[in-house]
Design a binder for this molecule. Structure first.
Ligand code: ADP
Length: 863
């Protein structure tokens, strides 16, 4: 609820902030926390809720405060909410009209509960009726538990004096309410079992089932105690006491009253304690008579001044060692003990944390960390106290008692022994062991009462010192991180100030502490303009969630340069305006990355350069073939021009015209060949366009054809006529095809027997042959059309490949030719891979080599 409250405030949701404030108080009351502490919490809540002017919620807290004040005995009497500041009837008179029904309903439930506890049953019943009419509004409130529980107890209290009609109605009501409580108890016994059981006990009482009633009272008391419900334990004891008193079982009744009284005392309900004392004065004498009272000496019997002083001394210590010393001194001194031990949990086991001895003049306390051994104290006694969480006095340990057989008791024969638990909210915080070997009956009830009060304060203080120590340790750890200066850390606020910064941060930016911490340079001033928006987004996150996930930004150094950093931040608990940020210097990483980018760029340039060089070299190898290729149309052109002239002389214009068109066609053909060569030889940066691969293949085949003819190689093409367009660099892909063709021709030129054949083919395929289906279908849209790649194959009937070194073919400078450079395949592969495709070699089916490359269709979408 407190987290809800904080989150709501941070998010600016005041409505829910207010709701959670009153829910905190509700929870603490339900848990039976010390009334004093609940009051303080309610004051804080009320203050906030009033400031936000949420009147209905304010009145819910006001009603809860009335309950607390009444129980504490601060109102005019236990039977009324009024005091100097509050008037019950005026308040009740305005619970109508536009007032929130939930608030009104909760008020009547609080009143029902208060009047039941004060014993004003008729008023409690009237309040229950008023609440009932409004229950529809409050079905999600946990106070419903109070309604069912206290209404049932009220009716049970009034039952015996009611009319027969009423009794029938009330019996129904009681069963109904018990059923509701049973359902809850089954759902979650720790919270509801004691309430359900107590109502069951009351029902058993009314139905005359005395034995059941006794068992159920006992069970209700135990369940309440086990779960730390001190108020409900008190009430269960009180009802049990009345039950026994009515039946003349006085001793038991007294014991129940005494326990009830002690519960109310521990809860801080002095008003209720006073009422018990007035109603049952006989209890006190009874208590005083008991020789081994566990609990019970009235507070009044004690020297209150001494108790307060001791209690304050213990409460004031926040350092554990000092607290232990103070506690031991006071305990040993005031109890009249000779020796005292303090046993505290240490991880899983119990250890003796301190030993005190009365010296000649004063008490000596020694802190230690010793294990609990049978030679230090009576083992069985210690375990009994741990188990029952009750104090034990052995008045005369040398006489026969339940611990006589204990090794320590047998050997040491201590005179008086007192062992008492330090308990906070049903949790054992430690055990205090005191002994006096000189005299029996040293630990009187009066001393015990005083020690028990001291013990409950000590339990709280021990817990506090533990929390304080944890806090200190945590802080030390954080300090270590800040001071280690392995990263920059600074404390900021949303106004833009840097409140504190460590050396690493200052060093990174080149500023002195005075420069930034004085407020002269806030974190916004240290941020270049283009990073401010990013910072503001982080601020939004901080406001909404309390943290800003790490992100990269830049700071301005004192010398004006930029510092690239990774920064993350969080607000402090309970503050939305202030927090801490860590800053990691990314300069090194940025430098390395720039370096890497530069290297990549250089590599890419070198590759393009190399591709160009090899292309030109290849073209160079083809000079004679190309010259031949160009010569052909030129020769034809000369012939056709001659023919044209002749036809003109013969005045045959028709034939002359035909020859002239042939001249033009020849000229174009020669021009095209030159154009293609120029394109291939051009040094151009890689550039991707949609291209028709078949067309690109045809152009290269035209270039290589005369080289093939020269080597008596038959060059055949088999191009699929429905290839999709490919996004790629035409020149580079043509270079690949040209390389493969020339390699084929070169391989075939050595063949002396059989045909010299070279085939080029293209087709659409699904996936790259040899790769898994899965990969082929990765792109779902393509999986539907099925075709994912264009496959180009160049096969020859040459001598074939050495299958062992097949992968080395693609290594740079691998060649088997005397004039070879060994770059052709290496460059071809890198070109194909730059197009997200693959190039590979296998043996041809019948004979020779097969080179294939596959390019993805629409690969740019896969990237
Ligand atoms: P180069 O042609 O300069 O040697 P490549 O990288 O183009 O460089 O070829 C590397 C090697 O691969 C060649 O030297 C040859 O041994 C082998 N090779 C390439 N194509 C074929 C082929 N069609 N048949 C047999 N071997 C081939």
């Amino acid at each position: 609820m407190r987290t809800t409250c904080r989150t709501a405030i941070e998010a600016g949701d005041l409505t829910f902030a207010c709701y959670s404030m009153d829910q905190c108080v509700t929870g603490l009351l339900l848990r039976n926390d010390l009334l004093d502490a609940v009051w303080r919490e309610s004051e804080r809540g009320l203050d906030f809720v009033r400031k936000t002017k949420f009147r209905d919620v304010a009145d819910i807290i006001v009603s809860q405060q009335r309950f607390i004040a009444t129980m504490q005995g601060r109102t005019a009497s236990l039977s009324i909410f009024s005091d100097a500041q509050f008037d019950e009837s005026t308040f009740e008179a305005q619970l109508k009209g536009d007032r929130n029904p939930v608030m009104i309903c909760l008020y009547w439930i609080v009143k029902l509960k208060t009047r039941l506890l004060s014993g004003d049953y008729a008023e409690a019943l009237a309040a229950a009726d008023k609440a009932k009419a409004l229950l529809w509004s409050s079905t999600t409130e946990v106070q419903l538990l109070d309604y069912f529980y206290y209404t049932a107890l009220t009716v049970a209290a009034l039952y015996e004096k009611a009319s027969a009609d009423e009794q029938i109605r009330w019996h129904d009501l009681l069963t109904q309410h018990r059923e509701q409580l049973r359902e809850w108890a089954e759902n979650y016994p720790p919270t509801f079992a004691d309430k359900h059981t107590l109502v069951s006990a009351e029902l058993a009482r009314l139905e005359g089932r005395d034995l059941d009633a006794m068992r159920l009272y006992e069970e209700a008391i135990r369940a309440a105690r086990e779960n730390g419900f001190v108020q409900n334990e008190g009430l269960a004891n009180e009802l049990a006491a009345q039950f026994y008193l009515k039946r003349g079982i006085e001793k038991v009744a007294h014991s129940c009253f005494r326990d009830a009284r002690y519960c109310y005392l521990r809860w801080g309900a002095l008003g209720k304690v006073k009422q018990l004392d007035e109603r049952y004065p006989a209890m006190e004498e009874q208590a005083a008579l008991r020789s081994t009272a566990t609990i019970g000496t009235s507070v009044e019997q004690l020297d209150l001044g001494t108790v307060m002083k001791a209690s304050h001394a213990v409460a004031g210590e926040i350092v554990q060692e000092k607290l232990i010393k103070t506690l031991m001194m006071i305990a040993v001194e005031h109890a009249g003990a000779e020796r005292g031990l303090l046993i505290l949990p240490h991880g899983e086991e119990l250890r003796i944390a301190a030993e005190a001895r009365t010296g000649r003049e004063r008490v000596e306390v020694q802190l230690q960390q010793a294990s609990v051994t049978p030679s230090a104290l009576p083992d069985a006694l210690l375990h009994y106290v741990i188990r029952t969480q009750e104090s034990v006095i052995l008045d005369d340990a040398s006489t026969q008692n339940q611990f006589s057989q204990d090794e320590y008791v047998r050997q040491q024969r201590p005179g008086s022994v007192l062992c008492l638990p330090l308990v906070k909210q049903a949790k054992l915080m430690g055990v205090l062991y005191l002994e006096n070997n000189l005299a029996p009956r040293v630990f009187t009830p009066k001393r015990l009462a005083m020690l028990e009060l001291l013990a409950s304060q000590a339990a709280i203080s021990l817990e506090n010192t533990r929390l304080y120590r944890d806090l200190e340790e945590r802080e030390a750890k954080i300090r270590r991180l800040v001071d280690a200066n392995i990263m920059g850390i600074f404390i900021w606020n949303l106004q833009g100030e840097i409140i504190e910064a460590n050396d690493a941060f200052l060093h990174l930016l080149g500023y002195s502490r005075e420069d930034v911490v004085s407020g002269r340079r806030g974190w916004r001033d240290l941020t270049p303009a283009e990073w401010r928006d990013r910072d503001e987004r982080a601020v939004e996150d901080l406001k909404a969630t309390g943290t800003a996930q790490p992100y990269q930004k830049e700071f301005l150094r004192k010398d004006g340069s930029r510092a690239p950093v990774m920064i993350g931040a969080a607000t402090f608990e309970g503050s939305k305006n202030e927090g801490v940020a860590f800053v990691l210097d990314l300069s090194e990483q940025k430098r390395a990355e720039d370096e890497r980018k530069r290297a990549e760029e250089a590599l890419r340039r070198a590759q393009t350069e190399l591709a160009h060089v090899t292309r030109v070299t290849t073209l160079g190898e083809l000079t004679t073939s190309i010259a031949h290729e160009v010569n052909q149309p030129l020769g034809a052109l000369v012939n056709n021009a001659g023919a044209c002239l002749r036809w003109l002389t013969a005045h045959n214009l028709e034939e002359a015209q035909r020859s002239a068109s042939l001249v033009i066609a020849d000229g174009h053909r020669a021009g095209e060949i030159i154009g293609r060569i120029r394109a291939l030889a051009k040094k151009a940066p890689p550039q991707k366009d949609w291209l028709d691969l078949n067309h690109a293949i045809s152009e290269v085949v035209a270039l290589a054809r005369s080289e093939a003819q020269k080597n008596r190689v038959s060059l055949q093409t088999q191009l699929s006529n429905d290839l999709p367009l490919i996004l790629g660099d035409r020149i580079q892909l043509q270079q690949v095809i040209l390389n493969l063709l020339i390699n084929g021709i070169e391989a075939l030129s050595g063949v002396s027997e059989g045909p010299r054949e070279l085939w080029v083919s293209s087709e659409k395929v699904n996936g790259i042959p040899g790769e898994s289906e899965q990969e082929a279908f990765e792109d779902k849209s393509l999986a539907e059309t099925k075709w994912t790649h264009v496959l180009v194959a160049v096969r020859d009937s040459g001598p074939g490949l050495d299958l062992n070194g097949i992968d080395r073919l693609f290594d740079a400078f691998y060649t088997t030719k005397s004039q070879g450079m060994g770059m052709g395949l290496a460059i071809s592969r890198s070109i194909v891979e730059a197009h997200a495709g693959r190039l590979w070699a296998t043996a041809n089916v019948s004979k020779g080599a097969l080179f294939q490359f596959a390019l993805p269709i629409r690969y740019e979408q896969n990237k």
